[in-house]
Design a protein around this ligand. Structure first.
Ligand code: FES
Length: 115
């Protein structure tokens, strides 16, 4: 028998998809990675883990909204176009949307919701 602390995996209720596409940019079109989406994905993921939220960050391909990216899609929820703003204030606004989605889904599932 093993003597280890058992930590159950948190099953994500939904995914948060973030475009991390980087263009070769031979045509000088904007792209999300060029506007900091890869670093943003790391920051977002750290915050979600720190708060213990049951969601998962998915780094994905282009969403065809390149001119207003970085773009974030909450699964079956908000579409957030950051329009080059990857500041801490904008990240907090994204977290507000994610927290609201978690609360909505936990309420719908009849789970206990923290006050
Ligand atoms: S590069 Fe991100 S939406 Fe196109």
């Amino acid at each position: 028998m093993f003597e280890v602390d058992y930590v159950p995996a948190v099953q994500p209720l939904f995914n948060v998809r973030l475009c991390i596409n980087r263009r070769l940019n031979t045509d000088n079109l904007p792209n999300c990675a060029g506007r900091g989406s890869r670093e943003l994905a790391d920051r977002l993921e750290k915050q979600i883990i720190a708060e213990g939220l049951p969601t998962k960050v998915i780094r994905g391909p282009c969403m065809n909204n390149c001119a207003i990216g970085p773009n974030i899609k909450i699964q079956a929820g908000d579409m957030l176009n950051l329009n080059s703003d990857v500041s801490d204030e904008r990240l907090e606004a994204v977290m507000v949307s994610i927290r609201a989605e978690v609360k909505k889904r936990q309420t719908a599932a009849g789970a206990d919701v923290a006050p």
